[in-house]
Ligand binder design. Structure first.
Ligand code: GLN
Length: 194
């Protein structure tokens, strides 16, 4: 599977490495043409306002909306903010592909980054706890009926999927544990077979 990582801004290189560890072909995406040559896409963490501006500048926002109707997208942190339907604190437009309300920088300003152990929901395909790195992360405040929660932290969803798409408010690309990327890869393979 050829998985693109949007490489306009943010920690795209770490995602490419994590995807290669699970056996995917990872390619950096900066143009509509590169996007079309992929089976799925990762929107990395970084700064969502900047990312949105750059996507618009490159004319990629409309292309992504169309892409998301056909192919899986995995958004982490800033990428999750871009995929959510409603964004607050401050409010911001988004690609609106997932039925989620997110609040940006919601863990506060003083201690805004942390590494914690999170426990997958029963039935989620993760057998062991996951180490989750949060960096000025958003909190998912509301999710629609089609959204499945895979992992929570402090009661709030931090890894969810809806149809072909998935978002994490933490950074699975920053730990040696590849299970979240593995899970996305399996999702992409399932989608390709469907
Ligand atoms: N705080 C950033 C934003 O609002 C997201 C941080 C991240 O991606 N690590 O866009």
């Amino acid at each position: 599977m050829r998985i693109g990582v949007m490489a306009l801004q943010g920690d795209f290189a770490a995602h490419c490495e994590a995807l290669r560890r699970v056996g995917a072909e990872a390619v950096e995406v900066r143009t509509a043409r590169e996007l079309e040559e992929t089976d799925a896409l990762v929107l990395p963490g970084g700064e969502s306002t900047t990312m949105l501006k750059l996507l618009r500048l490159e004319g990629l926002d409309g292309k992504l909306a169309d892409y998301g109707r056909r192919k899986p997208i995995f958004g982490t942190c800033a990428g999750a903010i871009l995929l959510a339907k409603h964004v607050s604190s401050p409010a911001q437009e988004s690609l609106g592909m997932m039925d989620l309300d997110v609040e940006r920088n919601a863990y506060g300003r003083q201690i805004d980054s942390r590494v914690v152990t999170v426990h997958p929901e029963p039935g989620a395909q993760f057998d062991e706890p996951v180490e989750a790195v949060f960096i000025r992360a958003p909190i998912i405040r509301k999710s629609g009926p089609g959204v499945r929660v895979l992992i929570r932290y402090n009661g709030d969803p931090v890894l969810v999927e809806e149809g072909r798409h998935m978002v994490a408010t933490f950074h699975p690309e920053l730990t040696a544990d590849s299970r979240v990327h593995q899970y996305f890869l399996e999702k992409v393979k399932g989608q390709a077979r469907a």
